[in-house]
Design a protein around this ligand. Structure first.
Ligand SMILES: NC(=O)c1ccc[n+]([C@@H]2O[C@H](COP(=O)([O-])OP(=O)(O)OC[C@H]3O[C@@H](n4cnc5c(N)ncnc54)[C@H](OP(=O)(O)O)[C@@H]3O)[C@@H](O)[C@H]2O)c1
Length: 239
């Protein structure tokens, strides 16, 4: 089969990187978008060693012009996309009453506006049978104290996914909401609290389900929820 192309933001860490690696092992072309350039060459090397061909670029997803530049790299792989994973995000947790507005503005700019820019900028490259995977979160449907704005960005994503799916159905482009539970990642080092890291999902638990999706383009999957069997959240989910 001809090599297929994926466009992944947030490709330098956790979910984005785990999926990029899984696709690289299957011989995919990968356009990997990172926020920081210092990690780009090591990531490219790792993906190439795994079997992929790679173009890396640094871009802030909240800036449309930078994203447009990133989409130009799709041309290097033939100009069509089979998979889009907009996994760039920021997460700040804390009491909404006390949260600095700069923090919630950044969450909205990256998790929502940045994601919308990413989808719109890449849509011209998406072919019939291709997949858009939108990373949702349990916090998008189960409100939790101290996750108010982050959860709101994820709840908005659910509504966006449903509308976009119908809009793109005539073009046979799949839109799947990928709702995942807590994943053991360095993100949890940065968040105040006691976390049951042992019982969380591992980033590599997610990728096989994504591969299964893209291998069966004749099937429409609206949403996948991947949750850790053992619960995998906080021992004390409060500030
Ligand atoms: N980890 C979990 O437990 C979990 C659970 C449920 C859902 N998810 C979802 O999975 C997706 C990925 O999560 P993750 O755990 O992989 O997150 P992560 O480890 O925090 O990684 C997010 C990535 O986004 C990049 N990024 C942040 N702001 C950016 C910007 N303005 N422009 C471009 N890139 C930017 C970061 O780059 P830097 O490294 O340079 O900052 C980082 O590589 C998210 O949508 C998240 O909601 C994760």
């Amino acid at each position: 089969m001809a090599r297929q192309t994926a466009f992944i933001t947030g490709a330098g860490s956790d979910l984005g990187k785990a999926v990029a690696l899984a696709l690289a092992r299957e011989g995919w072309h990968i356009v990997a978008v990172l926020r920081r350039g210092d990690a780009a060459s090591a990531l490219a090397e790792e993906l190439r060693r795994a079997g992929g061909t790679v173009q890396t670029i640094t871009a802030n997803v909240a800036r449309r012009a930078e994203l447009e530049q990133a989409t130009e790299l799709i041309q290097a792989f033939g100009g069509t996309l089979r998979l889009l994973l907009p996994a760039a995000e920021v997460m700040y947790r804390g009491s909404f009453t006390e949260m600095n507005p700069r923090l919630w503005q950044e969450m909205i700019e990256v998790n929502l506006t940045g994601l919308l820019h990413t989808v719109q900028a890449t849509l011209p490259f998406m072919e019939s049978g291709s997949h858009i995977l939108l990373p949702g979160s349990v916090t998008g449907w189960r409100g939790r104290p101290s996750w108010a704005v982050y959860g709101a960005t994820k709840a908005a994503l659910r509504s966006f996914a449903e509308a976009l799916r119908e809009e793109l159905r005539p073009r046979h482009i799949h839109v799947t909401l990928l709702t995942i539970g807590a994943v053991d990642s360095p993100m949890w080092d940065r968040i105040k609290g006691e976390w049951d890291r042992e019982t969380m999902l591992k980033p590599e638990h997610i990728a096989p389900w994504i591969l299964h999706l893209v291998e069966h383009p004749e099937v429409m999957v609206d949403e996948i929820q991947i949750l850790p069997l053992a619960g995998g959240f906080g021992k004390r989910d409060r500030l």
